[in-house]
Every structure is written in C-alpha cells, then in structure tokens.
Design a protein. Structure first.
Length: 721
C-alpha cells in the first residue's frame, strides 16, 4: 500500500513542478487603441480579439497573466528592454521582427484596404493619381503604399494614430486612407463615414511574440499548443467573429484608463524642459519656472507617486540631455514627428498643436500667397519649421531659422523678416504680452504634443505619465491647468505690479535673477582661467623645450583646441563624451553642465595661453640663454632665474586680454543650457519681450565687470613691472 501511495505521489511531481513554474506572473503588453484587436470599452475595461485570445490561452495553459496597454511602440520596447515578458498587439509577423522576436504561429491573416468617405468613393488605384493617402506610421499598410506610390502617382501622409488619420479624411486633408481591413470594418460598424470599394491586399498575419533568446521562449511553444487547440475546437473563430461581425459595441474615445498606477524604477527621475516657451514653460517674476508643462509633470508625479527633478536648459539642450543620459525624460511643448520617433518614445498626447502665421499689425500679408519672395522666421527643429519647409516651393518664400522665440520676434519687429510661424498658443501669448502682431491666417494642425523619453529606455516613465494624464483628465485637474494659462483672463507670466517696460522696472523685478547669473559667469571665468593658466604654462614650456617630443605634443594640443569652435567643444564634452562612454560601457555617465563649461573654457583659453607663453619666452633675446649656459648654469635654472622673469613682464598684458576674452566666452557655453548671465537675460526676455532694454542691461553689466577687472589687472601689471 505504501509503495502505491509513493508511486502515486511521484507521478504527480511533474504536475506540481509545472504548477510551481506557472505561479510566476507573465507580463504581457499590448497596444492602447487598436480596435477591434484591443481597445477600452465604455465600461473602462480593455477588450478585443487580442485580449480574448490571450485570456483563452492563459486559461488553457494555466498562465497567471498581467496585461498592460502602453501603446505599440512602447510595448515593443518594453519586451526588448526586459520590462515585459511578451507582446500581444496585432503585431504582423515579418522577417525583420523575427530577427528580434521569437514569434508564435499566426492567429489572424490581415488585409489592408483603401477607404474613403461614402461620398467620395475610389474603386481602383489609378483613381488615386494626384491625391493624398493617409496611413498610420510604421504599419504594413504604409510599407505597401510606399511600394506602389510611384506607380499610381499619389502622395502619402503619415499619422501617429487612427483617430488623427480618420479626422483628416473627414476634414478633406487627405483623399483616402489605408488601414487593416478589420479596423476599417469595425469603424464602419461604429457609424464612421467610411466606405470600402476595393479588394484588400494581403500583407501578413498577426502573431504573439517574446524577446529572441530570452527565458520566455517557452511561452511561444505553449501559445502554439493552445492556439492549435482553439483552432480545432472552434473557439478561435468564435472570438474573431465576436469582434468582426456587425455589433453595437461603442469604440473607446480615450486610451489609458483612469485609476491606474505604475511602479517607479528609480528613486528620482530627472526631467528636462525648455527655458522659455510660454505658455508651456517660462519663468515668472519670482524666478520660478511655471506653465502648462511644469504644472502638468508635477501633478502627474504627485498622482503616480514618483519623485522628479526638473531642469530647464532650453529646448535643444533638453533634447541632447535626454539623448546623452543627462535626463530621463523631456516635457517641452514637444510635437511628435516621424523623425523624432526614431530617437524618442512618446507618451499619449496632452495637447493638439496648431501652427499659425504672425505678422506686424501694419503688414498687408493676408494669405500664404502673399509670402512670395518674403522671409518667414521659425524656431529651429519645430513642427512649424517642418510645415514651412514642406510648403516653401509652393508659396515661394524664404525661411530663416532662430534658436529661440525672443530673437525671432525681435527680428520681425526690426523688419529683418516679414513674418513668423509659431505654435498658436505661443504666438497669441506674445500678443497678450504686448507684441504688436496679428494672425491673418487660421492655424493649421501640425500634430500632437507629448512627453518623451530616449527610445528603449524608461518605459515605466511613459506608462506613469499616461496613467497620471488619464487620472488628471478624469478628475478635472488637467482642464484646470489648461484654463490657468490658455483661457480668457488666464494667468500671465508676471504677477508682479512692477512695470517691466522700463529699465528700472526690469532691474527691480529681476535683480536677484541677474545677480545669480552674474555669479555663475564670474565663477566660470575665474575657475576656468585659473586652470587654463596652469595648463597653458605647461604646454607653453613644452613648446620651447629642447626635446622635440614635447614640442610636438604642445603643437598638437594647440592646433586641435584652437581648431575647434568653443561651442562645439562644449557640446562635445557635455553631450558627446557621455554618449561615447555609454556606447562602450552601456552605462550612462552624465557630466554636470557647469563642469563641462569649465572644462571647455579651460582648454580653449589654455591653447591661447600656451602660445602667449611661447611668444613671451622667445621674445627674450636668445643670447641670454646662450650666455647663461656658457657659464655652466643649467637649462632649468636659466629659465627660472633669467628668461621667465623677463618673459612674464612681456606676457602679462596678453594674459589680461585673454582673461577678458574668457569672460566674454562664458556667453557661448549657454548653448549647453548653463544659465549664466547671458542665458538669464534671454529667459527674462522670453517672459516679457523687452529685448532692447534687457540686452542694454546685460551690455552694461559686462562693460562694468570687464572694465573693473581690466583696471585691477593693469594695477597688478604696474606693480610687477
């Protein structure tokens, strides 16, 4: 009897061990809104073909699953980075994807179809000639359209989401769209004004996937086993029919559900932003950064329970900071573009952006046709710039790019350009701040504004942002933030009663900020110049050394450093070196902006000081060295006692000049986001648009500082002489 019991228990061991193995939760990620495969229904739960299939597989194989819906791109990155175990998101099985994922047997053969509005039917590809076809970016439909567009003579316009694409079709911005057949059919079932009048094109089949070579490849085997059973018993067909047959289920109007939370991976996240992009981000009169973006990210961090540290180096510097690992994410009124999606992973949109043309009140420009042979200003790297570039040949205008809005609006006011193009809330904010501008043409939709992280990193940060955004929309807090800055009578940049239209008012309201910037400027100049003197003297001595190897080293150092512009040198140190280290070690090694600026200024000044030292030593008559050596005095002692004392008197005026240059050069390192005196002035201008007066104040600051330091240096020079 005992033997039988023992044998029975042993026979159950594999089942026990399997059950123990299944106890671990399988984390599966999916798209956010891809009806009928996955979408959030009116009861705020995710449903669809993919959801039902994976639940049925889990039931058959005994999986304990945890589903999340970050969006397709984020889901792919989550699996690749190990944040999730598998993906089930209507993912087409392709050779390229099979290089990265181990994919299951296919569960749905998909076709892509051309759809139009019911009143504008297209029945064959030849009828698309000269027309525009919309398609979602990165899809099989896009790849198919790219392969036939030259043959049939149509153009392609890509969209990030299906709702944007469908809205553009309804508005007449595109003539037709192409999408997966079940998606179009589902939209028609929900009452969309769509019509299919052409046969579909077979482009592939959908499959379940895990990261190639990961420990989760056994899930694919189990998925295939369950799928085979579902095909045999008809449950797979039932699921597909449930969601593709005519029905009355209402499609979702939102994406991420309210009430969700994700788990932070880091103790603190560094968020980079612009420094002057009102009303999204700007400094108020209390020197605090405020605006839609600032309020939004703080509210989301509080809602989701993670800690943030916000830096405001400026838009270009913020983008580079995220790419270099200096920051974890960026929120800066950033439009989602195809080019940026190659570098960044984006959250759900929190603002639909319009670009709009602004001209002076006295301008006669009333249409894009009036811009022929005129110059339009735009900020570099923006969606507005993309719009202008795409339409330049059509309307015949010239484009002039600017690094910041303040200089762009100044150029318009002075007549250097004829018009500007900017985000609508930004331009209208500038008008509210006293800019004498008008907007003669209605705004044009240019895309969505989103939060972003470096591609393939921090997927939990994207999910926390999406969760928090959904919660803020649900409780009304999000609308309050928008109304605070965009509604009629909204909060302006300044809450102070001080009149900033006068120089005295500017000083009175911003002196603390200016003094802070001045302190950083002086610290940069003094520390970097002290380091530069040490380095410069060393390489200067090398340059006159009797040893050829030292002379060659000095020559290389001077030529290389002097041959690289200071701005590029600072950018290379601040962004390039961390990226290089990460590519080798896989570890992010950010450099502090002040340290990077100090290093760049030190090396730059050292190269010139080395030449000053060489010139000063060589200016001493060579006979003195020869006479000293003939008396048996060593080379080192001759340099210390005879040559250098004379050379120092010759070099001192040049040292003073080089220090003045180094002080001025501190303005250049503001390009990496360091908020010294010049950058401080630019931030103030971005808030109140008083550029002439603020630049006059800055000029006086620099004039006084440089004059005082020059006089001090000259007195020191007299004492030494």
């Amino acid at each position: 009897m005992k033997k039988k019991i023992l044998a029975y228990l042993l026979s159950l061991f594999p089942i026990f061990s399997l059950g123990m193995a299944k106890a671990d939760t399988v984390k599966i990620v999916s798209d956010t809104a891809y009806a009928p495969f996955e979408f959030k229904d009116s009861d705020q739960t995710y449903k669809g073909i993919d959801v039902d299939i994976i639940n049925k597989v889990a039931e058959i194989k005994g999986w304990n699953i945890q589903m999340s819906y970050p969006g397709f791109d984020a889901a792919v990155n989550a699996v690749q980075s190990g944040q999730a175990d598998a993906i089930m998101a209507g993912m087409t099985k392709t050779k390229e994807r099979e290089n990265v994922f181990t994919m299951s047997d296919t569960y749905y053969d998909t076709k892509v179809v051309i759809a139009t509005t019911k009143a504008n039917k297209i029945t064959k590809y030849e009828e698309l000639s000269g027309k525009t076809v919309g398609v979602k970016n990165g899809t099989a439909a896009q790849r198919f359209l790219e392969s036939i567009k030259d043959k049939y003579g149509f153009s392609i316009k890509t969209f990030d989401t299906g709702d944007l694409m469908n809205n553009s079709l309804s508005a007449g911005a595109v003539n037709a769209i192409m999408d997966d057949k079940p998606v179009i059919e589902y939209a028609i079932n929900q009452g969309q004004d769509l019509s299919i009048n052409m046969d579909g094109e077979a482009v592939g089949s959908f499959a379940f996937g895990v990261k190639k070579g990961s420990k989760y490849e056994h899930l694919v085997t189990e998925f295939n086993e369950a799928l085979a059973q579902m095909k045999k018993d008809g449950s797979l067909e039932q699921i597909i029919q449930k969601w593709t047959a005519s029905k009355t289920t209402v499609a979702p109007t939102t994406t991420t559900a309210a009430g969700q939370k994700a788990t932070p991976v880091k103790s603190k996240y560094i968020i980079a932003s612009d420094s002057s992009f009102a009303p999204f981000v700007f400094q108020n009169s209390s020197n605090q950064y405020t605006g839609i973006d600032m309020d939004l990210i703080k509210a989301i961090a509080k809602d989701q329970g993670f800690e943030i540290e916000i830096t405001n180096p400026g838009f270009d510097a913020a983008i580079s900071a995220v790419q270099a690992g200096q920051a974890d994410g960026i929120i800066a009124g950033m439009s989602v573009t195809d080019a940026r999606k190659e570098t960044f992973d984006f959250s759900e949109s929190y603002y639909t952006a319009n670009t709009i043309l602004g001209v002076k009140e006295s301008s006669t420009i009333a249409s894009y046709e009036d811009l022929k042979d005129k110059t339009v200003g735009v900020k570099n790297g923006t969606a507005s710039q993309t719009f202008l570039t795409e339409n330049q040949s059509k309307y015949g205008y010239k484009i002039k790019t600017f690094a910041d809005g303040a200089s762009m609006y100044d150029s318009l006011n002075t007549g250097a350009i004829d018009a500007v193009m900017d985000d609508e809330p930004v331009l209208k904010y500038s008008i509210s701040q006293g800019q004498k501008l008008k907007t003669p043409i209605a705004g044009t939709p240019i895309g969505e504004t989103s939060f972003a992280v470096k591609k393939g990193t921090n997927p939990e940060l994207i999910q926390m942002f999406n969760n928090g955004l959904a919660n803020l929309k649900a409780n009304g807090e999000f609308q309050k933030i928008l109304d605070k800055y965009l509604a009629s009578g909204a909060t302006t940049a300044s809450t102070s009663t001080v009149d900033e239209t006068t120089i005295w008012g500017l000083l009175q309201n911003n002196y603390k900020q200016l003094l802070s910037g001045l302190g950083i400027t002086l610290a940069l100049a003094l520390i970097s110049f002290a380091i530069a003197i040490v380095i410069g003297i060393i390489f200067g001595m090398f340059s006159v050394s009797p040893y050829k190897s030292l002379r060659v080293i000095s020559e290389i150092f001077v030529d290389v450093i002097r041959g690289i512009p200071l701005m590029i040198l600072a950018a290379f140190i601040f962004w390039g070196i961390p990226n290089f280290i990460e590519s080798i070690t896989g570890q992010q090694s950010p450099i502090n902006d002040f340290v990077a600026g100090t290093i760049a200024l030190s090396l730059n000044a050292a190269a010139y000081i080395a030449e000053i030292v060489r010139g000063g030593i060589q200016a001493v008559p060579v006979g003195q060295m020869e006479a000293s050596r003939s008396l048996g005095i060593s080379y080192g002692k001759t340099m210390r006692k005879i040559i250098l004392p004379q050379a120092t008197k010759l070099m001192l005026p040049n040292f003073v000049n080089q220090f003045v240059i180094a002080l001025k050069d501190t303005t250049i390192v503001s390009a990496i986001g360091l908020v010294e005196l010049f950058q401080t002035g630019k931030i103030i201008i971005a808030r109140n648009y008083q550029s002439f007066k603020m630049y006059a104040i800055l000029a006086i600051f620099y004039l006084v500082i440089i004059t005082l330091l020059t006089r001090l240096a000259k007195r020191l020079e007299k004492r030494i002489r």
